[in-house]
Write a protein that binds this ligand. Structure first.
Ligand SMILES: Cc1cc2nc3c(=O)[nH]c(=O)nc-3n(C[C@H](O)[C@H](O)[C@H](O)COP(=O)(O)O)c2cc1C
Length: 166
């Protein structure tokens, strides 16, 4: 089963987790870009405001073809208890083309559960698995039980799909 990981990362945490998951699952990676300045002081304020207001941004064209994949993992940083703007935009734009999905996010301390619920209602489907990880846990990602469980759930799901009769 082909797996794609679509993620947005402003400062590298979600990218690090995405790379780890891609290695564990043999998945392809698609990093979202929207050309927006979410980094400067003003950009950070805008990021907070836009995520609270449920704003969208203009995504650069995707490098990968979503229809080539049977499972798509979608990863985001937590922005004021919400998904980042590029990820919100991605889910809304491509919702109808999404196959099975799984969600993950990185956060400083809290808000991840709400992000998982918001992604689920934006995508209008129940994910195969969900993972909320604190940025402080990324250094020990290779021994993280939550990340391991997430990977195991996905492996089991992909195995079941392959062995299921048509
Ligand atoms: C605008 C903004 C809002 C944030 N809001 C939260 C939050 O509500 N809860 C939290 O735990 N972390 C919050 N964070 C911290 C990020 O979620 C965390 O550092 C994340 O790992 C960053 O991922 P990245 O490096 O992939 O961008 C926020 C960061 C930014 C820039």
């Amino acid at each position: 089963m082909s797996i794609l990981i679509v993620y947005y990362s402003r400062t590298g945490n979600t990218q690090l987790l995405s790379n780890h998951l891609a290695n564990e699952l043999g998945a392809d990676l698609e990093a979202l870009h929207d050309g927006r300045d979410w980094i400067s002081s003003w950009g950070t304020i805008q990021a907070a405001l836009a995520s609270v207001l449920g704003g969208n941004s203009r995504l650069a064209p995707l490098g990968k073809n979503l229809s080539d994949y049977q499972l798509i993992l979608i990863g985001t940083p937590v922005w004021v208890g919400r998904p980042s703007v590029p990820i919100r935009t991605f889910i809304k734009m491509y919702r109808r083309q999404l196959p099975n999905v799984a969600f993950f996010c990185t956060q400083q301390g809290e808000g991840g559960k709400n992000v998982m619920n918001t992604m689920q209602s934006l995508a209008r489907r129940v994910p195969v698995a969900r993972l909320v990880l604190r940025e402080g846990d990324l250094a020990g990602i290779h021994e993280n039980t939550d990340a391991d469980r997430f990977v195991d759930t996905i492996r089991t799901f992909t195995k079941d799909q392959i062995t299921q009769p048509a």
